[in-house]
Design a protein around this ligand. Structure first.
Ligand SMILES: [Mg+2]
Length: 174
């Protein structure tokens, strides 16, 4: 059986199903985080699948999915550039890479503390400020992921899909 809806009807239907999904997810707040409640879990998964079908997708859109493969390419480009510029000598360790990601987070913290929240440029044209440090964090993460053969786009998509089924604030009181 095929039912055809107008776009307006479909939007309204999606809205109702989204609310139902929120309600069932919220029910998960009422039992301990690791306790499995088959009824609630099955209902939540079922409503999630209905919403996917209504939206004509295999899974609900996540930021990674909407990027449509652009993140994969960006990750490759970033790593290729880093290798070409000599940032991947043989002795580079994963410990060092993770420490460098930390260092960019610290630089972002410094910018926040000093209220450098806008992107600015030095006289030589180097971008500075909080947005630049955010970019540095992502660049270093992507560079490492490509080196390790991790598909970050897929990992984000998988994680977002899982998170979307979790209750409000993931069931935490604070
Ligand atoms: Mg930096």
């Amino acid at each position: 059986m095929t039912i055809t809806f107008t776009q307006e009807e479909l939007d309204l239907l999606c809205l109702y199903v989204e609310r139902a999904l929120e309600d069932w997810s919220e029910l998960r707040n009422h039992y301990p985080r690791d306790h499995v409640n088959p009824t609630v879990d099955e209902q939540t998964d079922l409503i999630f699948d209905i919403l996917c079908k209504l939206q004509g997708k295999d899974s609900l859109g996540s930021p990674a999915e909407e990027m449509g493969g652009k993140l994969k390419q960006l990750q490759k480009d970033i790593h290729e550039y880093a290798v070409e510029k000599g940032f991947w000598p043989e002795e580079r360790t994963i410990f060092e890479c993770l420490a460098l990601i930390h260092s960019e987070v610290s630089e972002a913290l410094e910018d926040y503390r000093d209220d450098r929240m806008e992107q600015t440029f030095t006289e030589s044209g180097k971008p500075e400020g909080f947005p630049s440090e955010m970019a540095d964090i992502v660049i270093r993460v992507m560079d490492l992921c490509e080196h390790l053969g991790i598909d970050l786009e897929d990992a984000i998509h998988t994680k977002m899909e899982y998170n979307m089924k979790r209750p409000y604030r993931h069931g935490r009181v604070r």
